[in-house]
Design a protein around this ligand. Structure first.
Ligand SMILES: [Zn+2]
Ligand SMILES: [Zn+2]
Length: 364
């Protein structure tokens, strides 16, 4: 155990304002609690939205939920983990006792208020965090921290691709080449699907081309629409995944008859006008997947053994450089000159401790 009693934590104040704060170390208050020294935390689209004021979060909350680290202390009831073990955190808590949990719908647990890490309860962008043992997954030796930091977003991706009810013959269009869109394309390409990604931002087009296997086509979004006109309206993709959270109407225009549009990406303010007739006459489905169920988190960790997730990591910065991290993600903080902010990154990790994060690529 550490002898210190305080730690550094990254706290959300209000839109555009974060601060690094000295906080008391969290304590083990339940027998199955585990204290983790946080090694790396991925900055998520949700964190971006919170800082931009597009997603509600409690003022004064410690941000962050995509985290990996090392066990440093365990409560008396914990038998599956021991100090020194490397773990990834499943931040999607569920109670196990409500009606939804008892009916196998833990993803839609009704006791989540006050338990959403980095939103309404203190998250992982801190040197230490206390997590109930059932939400910690031991890392196999071959999975680096940098790779494991992408397991949580991979679980989101698997949940959304599951909602698409993909068939082997389906051609897929992914809208947006941020970390989520790129992860979608990586999984689809590695599983042998025909996949096209469209993205407006030229930096992200280049990054996605560098990261993805050649089988995944990455196109700058043309002015005329999402799907290359030369391929004709009859040959639209059977599955469209909109990772921008803002373009379901556009997606419905290009999806093939009988196809599925998956609405992904959370943007509190996004609304859309849907051509309802196209759902009826063309047999198109528009679906949302919601949070992932617990078993998909383990599935994502299992898949991480074979997927080079760490290739998405373009930046890994110490916690005190949080302003640089958000600037690389096109989020101008009050302390940053707004004109310097534009996308320069794919996945950005912040490193709260002094542990080395092996195997990350650093372009910044
Ligand atoms: Zn996330
Ligand atoms: Zn529940």
């Amino acid at each position: 155990m550490t002898a210190t009693t305080t730690m550094q934590a990254l706290v959300f104040e209000t839109a555009g304002q974060l601060r690094l704060e000295s906080r008391p170390l969290p304590t083990l208050s339940h027998p199955d609690d585990v204290m983790v020294r946080v090694a790396a935390v991925g900055i998520c689209g949700t964190d971006r939205s919170i800082v931009l004021g597009d997603f509600p979060a409690r003022s004064g909350v410690v941000l962050g939920h995509e985290a990996v680290g090392e066990v440093v202390a365990t409560g008396p009831a914990v038998t599956s983990l021991a100090p020194g073990g490397r773990v990834v955190i499943n931040p999607t808590y569920h109670c196990g006792g409500c009606g939804r949990c008892r009916r196998g719908m833990a993803a839609h647990c009704t006791s989540k208020d006050g338990r959403e890490l980095g939103v309404d309860c203190d998250g992982t962008l801190a040197e230490y965090v206390v997590v109930p043992a059932p939400f910690l997954h031991p890392l196999p030796p071959e999975v680096s921290y940098a790779r494991a930091a992408l397991v949580e977003p991979l679980a989101c991706v698997l949940n959304n691709l599951t909602a698409a009810s993909l068939r082997w013959t389906d051609r897929c269009l992914v809208i947006g080449a941020g970390p989520i869109g790129t992860l979608c394309a990586l999984v689809l390409a590695c599983r042998g699907h025909h996949v096209t990604v469209v993205e407006r931002d030229t930096v992200r087009v280049e990054l996605a081309r560098r990261i993805l296997p050649a089988a995944a086509r990455v196109l700058p979004e043309p002015d005329g629409g999402l799907w290359p006109a030369a391929e004709g309206t009859d040959s639209g993709p059977e599955v469209v995944v909109d990772t921008t959270g803002a373009l379901p109407a556009d997606a419905l225009q290009v999806v093939a008859a009988g196809g599925t549009v998956v609405a992904m990406g959370e943007r509190e303010t996004a609304t859309a006008t849907i051509p309802v007739r196209s759902l009826v006459t063309r047999g198109v489905r528009l679906v949302g997947a919601g949070p992932y169920p617990p078993h998909l988190f383990q599935t994502a960790l299992d898949l991480a053994g074979d997927l080079p997730l760490e290739t998405l990591v373009t930046h890994a910065l110490p916690l005190h450089r949080y302003a640089d991290a958000f600037t690389a993600l096109h989020v101008p903080l009050a302390a940053t000159r707004p004109e310097t902010a534009s996308y320069a990154a794919m996945k950005v990790l912040l490193l709260p401790g002094d542990q080395a994060v092996e195997d990350y690529r650093c372009a910044g």
